[in-house]
Design a protein. Sequence first.
Length: 94
Amino acid sequence: MKASPDLIKGAVQLPPRSLRERDASNYLGFCPSYLRNLRVADSRRKARGEPIAGPRWVTFGTAIRYFKEDLDEWLDAHRVDSSVELEGGDQCDD
């Protein structure tokens, strides 16, 4: 019987290239339902020929996967320059 890679002494374990919905949502810091809702809305956008708003995903049968590089690209696209001063100065409602 062949030993599984995780049982081989000194074997290097690489992170998976694709992430499940739960892992992708943990990576982003969102609830899985947020990614699911984005995906549903984006499926409708794609059907109308519009660009998607959420991160790109891939399907394998019924499995949904996200590539880490796509999640990083999506996060970078939504980055706001924190050096921009907001109106109202230092006021805080908290």
